[in-house]
Design a protein around this ligand. Structure first.
Ligand SMILES: [Zn+2]
Length: 244
């Protein structure tokens, strides 16, 4: 299966997560939170061809790491995946929105200059601002909004702009999350664990938990497990081919 947003490098034993994913044949997008983490995280999955490492600068720490944007630019040509990036307008982070925006714009600009990338984007409490910013960088690549939790109207705008979505366990726990998933075009939905940040029954979510997500998606879409899996695999293959 597919886990399109997993922080492999933040588990206590990253190698175990890589072995587990390998054993079950799971395709994983290993997202990072700072440019400094990329080289080491990328090395962890050396020889594992189902794992790709995205270059990121998490919006929750972007204001402290603007000096790593130069490193971001040095590494950008090494990968076609960028994440975790984006904006976070939660009350405790709102004051840092100008710095977050500076980082996000820089990243989108770099990505445009290097031919476009596939993004895993955080947009909590900043959905409109994320979409406004993406609209200003039409050549940046393909945005995948991870754990989208905006309104139905914002979701529709994202759909109209060509965004993709990665759906995780937390979204499927709430009625509002489920109803957002229902509105997403089936052929632009991917799955994510967002482990180890997301917890399932008091333990960190794992790439293998995407099996549970697949079951939930089958229920929401009123399809069989097989049909659901086929749709997800087709979408995954489509987005991989959109590579630059
Ligand atoms: Zn994340």
């Amino acid at each position: 299966m597919i886990d399109f947003h997993c922080h492999i490098d933040l588990y206590p034993e990253p190698k175990k997560i890589i072995e587990l994913s390998d054993k079950f044949g799971i395709y994983v997008l290993s997202v990072t939170t700072t440019p400094k983490a990329w080289t080491k995280t990328n090395a962890l999955s050396k020889g594992k061809n189902r794992i790709r490492t995205a270059l990121g600068l998490h919006p929750q720490i972007a204001h402290e790491r603007l000096n790593e944007l130069a490193l971001f630019d040095l590494l950008i040509s090494e990968t076609k995946y960028v994440g975790e990036v984006g904006l976070d307008g939660s009350p405790e982070l709102k004051q840092h929105l100008p710095a977050q925006l500076q980082a996000f714009e820089h990243i989108l600009n770099s990505s445009s200059r290097t031919g476009g990338k596939i993004f895993s984007i955080h947009s909590r409490k900043a959905e409109d601002l994320v979409l406004d910013t993406l609209a200003r960088f039409p050549d940046a690549g393909v945005p995948v909004l991870h754990w989208f939790s905006g309104t139905k109207k914002q979701l529709q705008r994202a759909i109209d702009m060509g965004c993709w979505f990665s759906v995780g366990p937390a979204m499927l726990r709430s009625m509002s999350g489920k109803s957002l998933v229902q509105q997403m075009p089936k052929d632009r939905v991917l799955m994510e664990s967002d482990g180890p940040f997301v917890k399932i029954s008091n333990r960190a979510a794992l790439p293998t938990d995407t099996e549970l997500i697949k079951k939930e998606l089958a229920l929401i879409w009123a399809l069989t497990a097989k049909e659901t899996e086929q749709i997800l695999l087709n979408s995954f293959s489509t987005i991989c081919k959109l590579g630059y």
